[in-house]
Design a protein around this ligand. Structure first.
Ligand SMILES: Nc1ncnc2c1ncn2[C@@H]1O[C@H](COP(=O)(O)OP(=O)(O)OP(=O)(O)O)[C@@H](O)[C@H]1O
Ligand SMILES: [Mg+2]
Length: 267
């Protein structure tokens, strides 16, 4: 299940340009740009209400952008529904995970994906489940455990594994560690690294700067619905990110970082 793609490391898989989204009088996003590269973890950070989830929902096809353009491998595309998003190879793990507590891991992984008239054979599904979890080096006691008896981190693992069944090129994770303890967070961060190793582009929404610094290659800051910084992780300190989030920001570092990312885009 490797991601085969004609793009090179330097070509964004997806490019969002000038994306705006309004809800009535509220401008949730104003002319936002975002690039998603294969094999890269890009974190999206910003204060409450900055527009992160709105951006995720535009990628997921939950609601279309009011204006702006989306390119997939340089070709203009439109995402008007969740199925458009899926067909373009985007898998989204929403914060609430949407797992069925009373069903076991296998059933959750394949929920709604039973093929044809005859449901996929149980043995086949179980084997495929183990295979998926093994690829993620995920630790689960058994694939026949009901979701209700798994830990938060294990549930997140199941939700991520499920997102991989459609063989996406991009995995979008909305606050995957928000409800997790230290050890479970570490497990999910490992999982994110596995996704990157396998060539997926990963979009990580997070409030947790430690997670972002641990695992992201690039961090995109949103503030009041606008871009307010696009930094490569090695170039940026914790303080710089916080400054960009809070708006104490028009400094050398942000100007330099956005110049660097514009340069990178031009290449
Ligand atoms: N369906 C909606 N209808 C009206 N306004 C909305 C809707 N969804 C989001 N908004 C508004 O858009 C803005 C951005 O919200 P969004 O949920 O994207 O922020 P966020 O960065 O995800 O915040 P948080 O960190 O709190 O999750 C907010 O002002 C919010 O009130
Ligand atoms: Mg949100």
């Amino acid at each position: 299940m490797t991601v085969e793609s004609p793009v090179t490391e330097d070509t964004p898989m997806f490019s969002l340009r000038n994306i705006s989204k309004s809800f009535g009088a509220v401008n949730a996003l104003t002319e936002v740009d975002l690039d998603i590269y294969p094999g890269e973890v890009v974190a999206i950070v910003g204060d409450n209400g900055a527009g992160k989830s709105t951006l995720v929902k535009i990628l997921a096809g939950v609601h279309p952008a009011t204006s702006g353009e989306i390119f997939f491998e340089r070709e203009k595309v439109s995402i008007n529904s969740p199925s458009d998003s899926r067909e373009l190879g985007i898998a989204t793990v929403f914060q609430d995970l949407a797992l069925c507590d009373n069903l076991d891991v296998v059933a959750n992984l394949f929920l709604g994906r039973e093929v044809g008239t005859a449901a996929m054979n149980e043995v086949e599904m179980e084997q495929r489940s183990w295979e998926l979890l093994r690829q993620l080096s995920a630790k689960l006691p058994s694939v026949r455990t009901p979701i209700a008896s798994l830990s938060g981190g294990q549930r997140q693992t199941v939700a991520i594994a499920r997102s991989l069944i459609g063989e996406p090129s991009v995995v979008v994770l909305d606050e995957p560690t928000a409800a997790l303890g230290v050890a479970q967070t570490a497990e999910v961060l490992n999982l994110i690294e596995r996704l990157r190793e396998r060539g997926h582009g990963v979009v990580l929404i997070s409030h947790n700067m430690a997670d972002v610094q641990a695992v992201a290659d690039r961090v995109v800051v949103l503030r009041l619905g606008r871009n307010n910084g696009d930094f490569r992780m090695p170039d940026v300190s914790y303080e710089d990110i916080i400054a960009a989030i809070t708006g104490a920001t028009d400094n050398e570092v942000t100007r330099r970082a956005s110049a660097t990312s514009t340069e990178r885009r031009k290449k």
